[in-house]
Design a protein around this ligand. Structure first.
Ligand SMILES: [Zn+2]
Length: 305
């Protein structure tokens, strides 16, 4: 802010001063760096994994970056890919989807509130018949506005639904699952991620909001698997091998430090071994940065008919 305006601003009442400072701050702020372009010519998800990718210490299975390690701490919300900006849970979702789905061009894929930006959506659009949706348009990144409790799409019009961290913000879970089942084609699939911080589903004990002030209605647990089965799906929880091994071994606690927002003892008590399917061995989970194992779970729900 120029000196003359700074002097003037000091004489203003607080709320006005704040507004002036914000306005000038904005006007002078540098524009954010352009998103790195990686989608042009990026190998499709069904291109074979190269030797370099298979042996890299870190490999982004979305943009196919390889390196010695991801940026930041090993956490589902961390381990940033320096090229595409994916975090660990983005890569684990994409891993589950692409490892478990018979892939073909033209697959009708809908993703609710994708966390990644325009370059990711462009890449998905070259590989699939891809659409993204947003509930209220606040993120301004999606092509559709959809309420999962009343989906404005025809029956059987989607082959794959990717839904990361949305269902916990929907008040009526059962209605949303009915609607999802309706819009999926027979044998259509949902890959569902929600934050799992405890063993069993409950409402938050106190009002809870996520980053963009979206209210959280439900904190889900492993009992989501039988619930999905009650809505016309075969369902399993896709997890890294290290988690399944612990559950099958009857472990009651995680050996080592855990992030305080996760009640890992409750998660171990709530996990049912038969409901888990290993989707990544230790080597793959390490390579895509899906660590620590207790933070990574994606439900696979396949519509029965
Ligand atoms: Zn990447």
């Amino acid at each position: 802010m120029p000196a003359v305006l700074r002097r003037l601003a000091r004489a203003l009442p607080d709320p006005v001063r704040r507004r002036v400072a914000t306005t000038f701050g904005r006007a002078q702020a540098p524009s954010p760096p352009a998103e790195p372009r990686w989608a042009d010519g990026a190998p499709s998800p069904w291109a074979p994994v190269t030797t370099a990718e298979a042996t890299a210490a870190a490999w982004c299975n979305i943009c196919r970056w390889t390196g010695t390690g991801f940026d930041g701490p090993a956490h589902c919300e961390g381990a940033l890919c320096p090229r595409c900006g994916s975090i660990a849970r983005d890569r684990f979702l994409f891993w589950c989807f692409t490892r478990r789905t018979p892939l073909r061009r033209g697959l009708r894929v809908l993703e609710t509130s994708p966390r990644l930006g325009a370059e990711y959506r462009r890449a998905m659009g070259t590989w699939f018949d891809y659409r993204s949706s947003d509930y209220d348009g606040r993120a301004h990144t999606a092509s559709l506005r959809l309420d999962l409790q009343s989906i404005d799409l025809p029956d059987a019009s989607i082959d794959v639904l990717l839904t990361p961290h949305v269902l916990e913000h929907v008040p009526d879970t059962d209605r949303a699952l009915e609607e999802i089942c309706r819009v999926l084609a027979p044998k259509g699939r949902m890959y569902l991620q929600v934050p799992v911080l405890q063993g069993r589903t409950a409402r938050p004990e106190s009002p809870e909001f996520h980053g963009d002030e979206t209210p959280v209605f439900w904190r889900f647990g492993y009992d989501l698997t039988p619930r999905l089965r009650g809505h016309g799906f075969t369902a399993t929880a896709l997890v890294p091998a290290a988690w399944a091994d612990l559950v099958r071994g009857g472990a009651e606690r995680w050996d080592g430090e855990t992030s305080p927002e996760f009640d890992v003892a409750s998660m171990l008590a709530g996990s049912i071994a038969e409901d888990l399917t290993v989707v990544a061995d230790e080597q793959d989970a390490t390579r895509i940065g899906a660590q620590p194992a207790y933070m990574h779970i994606t439900w696979e729900a396949v519509k029965i008919t």
